[in-house]
Design a protein around this ligand. Structure first.
Ligand code: PAF
Length: 288
């Protein structure tokens, strides 16, 4: 497995692969890799000859009161995990390499308006602008033919799909279903912040989403009733503090009042356990 730390070296590697007619897949990550990331690598291998994983804790997508400084960093452990799934290359640049003019004074941003008006957007001002900016930079640095992202960050995935199409990046975006622990908790690098008691209660996120899915299957179409069903499930976990439970249209991410026949929607939620914020979502398909 090759490691590249500069944009120039990574671009040279991409050019070398393209000259040989080989396809390159990129799995962008912030490290602290878990089985969900390894599943993204396995998926990436189906779409390309070579897989590169970027490991970069991107400062511009963290708010001033968020966990940038304590975000788990374990490059050695990450490399070992990537070896086990046959990853070909790691791109692990420094902040200075990715933000040569300084991260906050850069004044060069990629923004996708509208899709960040809902869900996490208002809760994390500037977050998605940081994500789209760094992923655009990663696309320039790695020049992938395909990039793979997890459906757990459904809003991020929708925004990155829009950015990729709108800016004509020649990159195919692949979304992969959320990987969960046996008790339903979606795998996340932030799960390691949870205390034992919080971890024991955290599967309530998935149970709440399953309850919403079940109500839809029973014929409930009023999203106020669906949201209430999700909220009351979470209320059974005393350590959980709900930030939002929402049902939105899958394409626009705008809230929906009544699910229409044939509509594709998303039930999404954000819940705090102590200082840890967890998100999760499920797709809802309403029969035509
Ligand atoms: O999903 C993540 O880990 C990050 O938001 C990403 C896409 C790697 C950009 O920093």
């Amino acid at each position: 497995m090759h490691t590249f730390t500069t944009v120039a070296a990574m671009q040279a590697e991409a050019r070398r692969l393209k000259a040989k007619g080989q396809r390159l897949a990129l799995v962008p990550t912030m490290g602290a890799l878990h089985d969900g990331h390894l599943a993204l690598v396995q998926e990436a291998k189906k779409h390309a000859d070579h897989v590169a994983v970027s490991i970069f804790v991107n400062p511009t997508q963290f708010g001033p009161n968020e966990d940038f400084n304590r975000y788990p960093r374990d490059l050695g452990g990450d490399m070992q995990r990537l070896e086990t799934v046959g990853c070909d290359a790691v791109f692990a640049p420094t902040v200075e390499e990715m933000y040569p003019f300084g991260q906050q004074d850069e004044a060069v941003w990629v923004t996708v308006e509208g899709l960040d008006d809902h869900l996490d957007g208002p809760m994390r001002p500037g977050h998605f602008r940081g994500v789209t900016t760094v992923v655009a930079k990663l696309f320039h640095a790695c020049q992938p033919d395909v990039a793979v992202f997890g459906q757990k960050d459904a809003q991020q995935l929708a925004i990155l799909r829009r950015m990729t199409r709108a800016l004509l990046f020649p990159v195919q975006i692949v979304g992969l279903a959320t990987v969960r622990d046996a008790d339903g908790l979606a795998l996340s690098s932030r799960n390691r912040y949870l205390t034992a008691d919080e971890r024991a209660q955290a599967p309530v996120l998935h149970r709440a989403l399953q309850r919403i899915e079940a109500r839809v299957a029973e014929g409930e179409r009023r999203t106020s009733a669906l949201i209430e069903a999700g909220r009351s499930e979470i209320a059974a976990a005393p350590l959980a503090r709900i930030q939002y439970v929402a049902v939105v249209d899958a394409a626009t991410l705008a809230p929906v009042e009544t699910l229409a026949p044939g509509q594709k929607a998303l039930a999404a939620l954000a819940v705090h356990f102590g200082t840890t914020r967890l998100i999760d979502n499920v797709s809802l398909s309403v029969p035509a």
